[in-house]
Design a protein around this ligand. Structure first.
Ligand SMILES: Cc1cc2nc3c(=O)[nH]c(=O)nc-3n(C[C@H](O)[C@H](O)[C@H](O)COP(=O)(O)OP(=O)(O)OC[C@H]3O[C@@H](n4cnc5c(N)ncnc54)[C@H](O)[C@@H]3O)c2cc1C
Length: 287
C-alpha cells in the first residue's frame, strides 16, 4: 500500500511539463487528480521514478465557449463539470455523467483530462466523448495536434498519446438546442465503476429520430461508439422493434471481460438494457 520512491516535479507551463515528460521517457508520468494513478502506484502496478504534477498549470484549467464548441481544460475537475452553468445549459450529458462517477471525494480531485487520458475501459467519460463527437487537444515535443475521441482508444490503457504528450483540453461541438440525452450506468453500488453503461444523444423531428449517437462504457477493452446501432435508429420513431434491432447491433460489438462485475454474456446484455433505457430517456427529453 506504499508507493515506490519517486521524484516530484511541479512545472508552471504546458511547455515545461512536456519538456520534463519527454526527458524522463518511460521513467516519468503526468499526475493530475491522482485518483487512478496513485492507487496503481500503491499497488506497485505503476512505479514511475518521476511524477510531473499538472496542478500548477493555469492554462489547463477552465471551461469556455469557442465558436460552436465548448472547450474544457484537462485539469478541470469532475466536480467543476457538475457545477458549470455553461455545461448544464449546453451539454447537460456531462453533468449527468459526472454525477455517477465515483463519489464526491473522487470528483473533487479527479480531472476530465485524467479520466479521458487514462485509457481504463471502466472510465465513464471516454464513451461519452465518443458519443458527443469530442476532439482531444494534445501537446507534445513535436507540437500541438488534435485527435478525435472516436480514434483515440486502441486497447486497455493504450491510447494514441505519444511518449511525453499531454491532453491539454477536450473540445466538444455543442449539440443542437432541444437535443435529447441520457447516460445510463449499471453499477453494483454507489461509487463503483460500470458493469455496463450507455450514452445517447439524439435529435427528433416530426416524431422521428433525425440524428443519433451512442457510446458504450466498460464492455470491451476500449470504449465503444455504436455507429451501426445509431444508424438503425435514425429515421425511426423509436418503436419497440427498431429499438430491439439497435440493441442487438450494439450488443454485437461488445466483448466484455468476465470479472467480479459478472460473466461476459450478462455484461453484454446489460449494455443492451442500458442502451434501451438511455434511448427512452433521451427521447423523453428531446424537444
Ligand atoms: C474509489 C474510486 C472510484 C472511482 N470510480 C470511477 C467511476 O465510477 N468512473 C470513472 O470514470 N472513474 C472512476 N474513478 C477514477 C477517477 O475518475 C479518476 O479521477 C480518473 O480516472 C483519473 O483522473 P485523475 O485526474 O485522477 O488522473 P490521474 O490519476 O492523476 O492520472 C491517470 C492517468 O492519466 C494520465 N494523465 C492524467 N492527466 C493527463 C493529461 N492531461 N494528459 C495525459 N495524461 C494524463 C496519468 O499520467 C495517469 O497515467 C474512480 C476512482 C476511485 C479512487
Amino acid at each position: 500500500m506504499i508507493p515506490g520512491a519517486f521524484a516530484y516535479h511541479r512545472p508552471a507551463s504546458v511547455k515545461d511539463a512536456v519538456g520534463l515528460l519527454s526527458q524522463f521517457g518511460d521513467d516519468g508520468r503526468a499526475l493530475a487528480g491522482g485518483h487512478s494513478l496513485i492507487p496503481m502506484m500503491k499497488l506497485r502496478l505503476a512505479t514511475p521514478a518521476n511524477l510531473v504534477d499538472l496542478a500548477g498549470i493555469a492554462e489547463l484549467k477552465g471551461i469556455r465557449a469557442e465558436g460552436g464548441d465548448i472547450v474544457i481544460g484537462a485539469m478541470t475537475t469532475q466536480h467543476e463539470l457538475t457545477a458549470s452553468d455553461l455545461l448544464t445549459s449546453k451539454i447537460p450529458l456531462l453533468r449527468e455523467t459526472s454525477l455517477v462517477i465515483a463519489d464526491p471525494q473522487v470528483r473533487y480531485l479527479g480531472t476530465l483530462g485524467g479520466n479521458v487520458a487514462n485509457g481504463d475501459p471502466g472510465n465513464d467519460m471516454p464513451a461519452v466523448m465518443m458519443c458527443l463527437g469530442a476532439t482531444y487537444q494534445l501537446a507534445g515535443k513535436g507540437g500541438d495536434r488534435r485527435v478525435a475521441a472516436r480514434e483515440f482508444y486502441q486497447g486497455a490503457y493504450f491510447t494514441s498519446l505519444e511518449p511525453g504528450e499531454l491532453v491539454t483540453a477536450v473540445r466538444i461541438p455543442v449539440p443542437p438546442a432541444g437535443h435529447g440525452y441520457a447516460y445510463e450506468k449499471l453499477k453494483r453500488k454507489v461509487g463503483d465503476f460500470a458493469t455496463a453503461a450507455a450514452a445517447v444523444v439524439l435529435t427528433m423531428s416530426g416524431g422521428k429520430v433525425a440524428t443519433c449517437s451512442i457510446g458504450l462504457t466498460n464492455v470491451a477493452e476500449t470504449p465503444l461508439w455504436a455507429e451501426d446501432a445509431a444508424k438503425i435508429l435514425t429515421g425511426s420513431a423509436l418503436d419497440a422493434a427498431t429499438v430491439k434491432a439497435a440493441v442487438t447491433a450494439a450488443e454485437a460489438i461488445t466483448a466484455p471481460a468476465t470479472d467480479a462485475r459478472g460473466p461476459a454474456r450478462y455484461r453484454t446484455k446489460m449494455a443492451g438494457v442500458m442502451l434501451a433505457r438511455a434511448l427512452a430517456r433521451a427521447k423523453s427529453r428531446a424537444a
